[in-house]
Write a protein that binds this ligand. Structure first.
Ligand code: GAP
Length: 665
């Protein structure tokens, strides 16, 4: 059996790798077939480049030097392989060769995702009084995306290879240095054909000029200049350029924006009027339904609305397994708070953070900074609670030039994935799991502007507090509110005079208890979290096999709260009806409380190993002692095996539910 390298996306040299380490038969394994087709496509595009990149499937170890970091790549490869082998994650449409950027979750993956979403929903809604849920449609009125800015600005800059037409995200092209060969055109002496298109090729140091000429000739041949004589060759030393395709040295096009929203048509006519989008985030539905929820939920600001659901982005380069997909799920909370001016009017001051760490239970005089810090810390607690240690996470404060224009602060919570970049000390820098953004009142303001519907909340306490303020305070708070509203309106393009008039009306409304709430948005990805939990859980240790010989054990150390299966129940032998009957009784006792896997096939050691790979935290074995064959004192007791320590203990069947529930809740 040979282990093969599978390249999931269409970027064999720079692409992220995934191994099919299942003991597969290469000619029939869909993974390997997928790799073959990817390589065939790649090689056909590069058939005339020198040298052809790959001509066949190679055992993956041969390819490792191509990867940035062999150790972490190998780890990632094992993880991806396990995901397929154990049924966590499969390629979407695998039998048809796969679809880049789309993934399916198998039986264990589906349970894992459900547990993640349940844990999040529970922490947001069931355990709090101030957050309510929403489940909105994926396709919404296209105006929503105009108001949110997605139609005009939700783009990545992309570049195309002038030779192969392969598309890259401009910010993902690695800087390169070398000698650039420039050409002003080419002619064909025989046919008289000519091209005046300029072109250039970058060669890494030490490569012969012929390589550049070969690439340039291919470029002009594609333009009909068959027997190519290159014109105007000149060279230039270049450093850290991102203008060339790292795979073949060809010049790339100028960067241009590519909108990431996936389009569709609603109704039977495919016209511009019927154009709509699959939502690129779940958040906008929350803003669009803000007034309805406020009216029916008996909530008052500060309060939140949360939603879990699918989102779609036509990512230019889906990569790193499920990390950047084209279809994924988000878990988003929009937590609406009073503007600081309202807080100050009611409480006389605005509480601001006094230092790092969790600020404790929410207080009525909190301003946006306290709420932002609170949600950042709450989210870290959530991750720790489901088994991601704080040391595996990074708190990254976006710099002012990285912030969206309306955001006051954004903290990205990063997880140190094996494929994350490393800093100069060799430490993994992490990749984004979640962003916690203080988005000001931008979103509701935009929907108010575009829909013409009021998005204000009425605040009884503010109305009552305002008349009691002294005049200086009233003027100062009104003025501050006026300035911030005017700034927003001018920024989004309202004429100065109109902005001033509207801001004046809004600051007058504030004095009567009306304002557009500000928002803190913790926005997380389910699939990224599932991948982080899988990476975090993966471990290898040594354990004795059936004959007592030590062997490598693969164990998924999921926290019991999110483990796909909580307990496996094993009769010691499957051909002893009394053992099987008792084991099924135990299974039925536990089933109403947790997910149980019943397994009677194979040696008990092998059954344990299977569950270790599935990440099942507990195994219960029913043996002859359970039946009372060695005396009455052990009758109705079972062996409980703990996955990570492999320690076993004897306990009464009647005590099992309580014992297990204590760890999984
Ligand atoms: N409403 C804000 C928003 O959507 P975002 O940072 O674009 O913000 C939030 O997305 C989260 O959604 C990310 O932190 C990530 O976990 C997840 N996410 C975004 N794009 C993704 C993709 N292409 N594949 C998988 N998850 C993605």
């Amino acid at each position: 059996m040979v282990k093969f390298l599978a390249l999931f996306d269409h970027e064999p040299r720079v692409g992220r790798v995934a191994g099919c380490a299942v003991n597969c038969v290469p000619n029939s394994c869909p993974f390997v077939k997928f790799v073959s087709s990817q390589l065939a496509t790649f090689n056909s595009q590069h058939a005339t480049t020198s040298p052809p990149f790959l001509t066949s499937l190679l055992p993956f170890r041969t390819l490792l030097p191509l990867m940035a970091d062999a150790k972490t790549t190998e780890l990632m490869e094992k993880i991806v392989s396990l995901c397929k082998r154990r049924g966590f994650i499969f390629q979407s449409s695998e039998i048809y060769g796969g679809l880049n950027g789309f993934w399916d979750y198998g039986p264990l993956g589906a349970e894992l995702k459900r547990n993640i979403k349940e844990a999040w929903w529970r922490s947001m809604t069931l355990l709090r009084d101030d957050v309510v849920g929403l489940e909105a449609t994926i396709i919404m009125h296209p105006k929503i995306w105009e108001a949110s800015g997605h139609t005009s600005t939700f783009s990545d800059l992309m570049v195309d290879c002038l030779l192969t037409k392969k598309r890259f995200r401009a910010d993902q092209v690695e800087p390169q240095s070398g000698i650039a060969y420039f050409y002003t055109g080419a002619t064909d002496g025989a046919s008289g054909k000519e091209s005046k298109d300029s072109f250039s090729v970058l060669l890494p140091p030490g490569k012969p000029p012929e390589s550049a000429r070969k690439v340039a000739k291919q470029f002009y041949q594609q333009r009909g200049v068959e027997n190519t004589t290159l014109i105007g060759e000149r060279t230039e030393q270049v450093k850290d350029t991102i203008r060339y395709n790292p795979e073949n040295g060809s010049l790339l096009t100028e960067p241009r924006p590519f909108n990431l929203m996936l389009k569709t048509y609603v109704g039977p006519v495919e016209s511009e009027d019927n154009k709509s989008y699959l939502r690129p985030e779940t958040a906008q539905a929350i803003f669009a339904q803000f007034k309805n929820v406020l009216e029916v939920s008996r909530q008052k600001v500060p309060f939140g609305i949360c939603q879990i659901g699918k989102a779609f982005r036509n990512e230019i380069n889906p990569r790193n397994f499920t990390f950047r997909s084209r279809e994924f799920e988000q878990m988003e909370l929009e937590f609406f708070i009073r503007p600081d001016e309202a807080v100050e009017a009611i409480y006389g001051n605005v509480a601001t953070p006094s230092g790092p760490g969790h600020p404790g239970e929410p207080q009525p005089n909190w301003g946006w900074q306290m709420w932002h810090q609170y949600w950042v810390e709450e989210r870290f607690r959530f991750y720790e609670n489901i088994g991601l240690p704080r040391t595996s996470l990074v708190e990254y404060w976006q710099k002012s030039d990285e912030l969206a224009h309306y955001a006051r602060a954004t903290v990205d919570i990063l997880y140190k994935f094996p494929f994350s970049k490393r800093d100069e000390k060799g430490e993994l820098m992490g990749e984004e799991l979640e962003g916690v953004a203080a988005r000001s009142d931008f979103d509701l303001s935009q929907h108010q502007r575009f829909s013409g519907k009021q998005m204000t909340a009425f605040d009884e306490e503010l109305k009552a507090a305002w008349p009691k303020l002294d005049d200086a305070k009233k003027t100062a708070l009104s003025q501050r509110y006026f300035e911030s509203r005017k700034k927003y309106l001018v920024k989004v393009g309202e004429p100065e005079a109109k902005a001033e008039k509207q801001a004046k009306e809004e600051s007058d409304a504030l004095t009567k208890g009306y304002y557009i709430p500000h928002v803190i948005e913790p926005s997380a990805g389910v699939d990224r979290l599932a991948l982080a939990l899988i990476c975090n859980a993966y471990g290898e240790d040594q354990a004795p096999d059936e004959k007592g010989k030590m062997e490598t054990r693969v164990v998924m150390k999921f926290h019991p709260r999110i483990a796909p299966v909580k307990v496996a129940v094993f009769p010691l032998l499957k051909n002893k009806p009394e053992l099987v009957k008792k084991a099924k009784e135990v299974r039925d006792l536990l089933r109403p409380h947790m997910s149980v896997f019943y397994d009677e096939a194979g040696a008990i050691g092998r059954r344990y190993r299977r569950q270790d790979e599935a990440g099942t935290p507990f195994g219960v074995t029913i043996d002859f002692d359970t039946l009372g064959e060695k005396g009455p004192e052990l009758q109705e007791t079972v062996t409980l095996r703990e996955r990570d320590s492999m320690k076993q203990e004897r306990l009464k069947i009647a005590d099992l539910p309580q014992r297990l529930l204590a760890t999984i809740r």
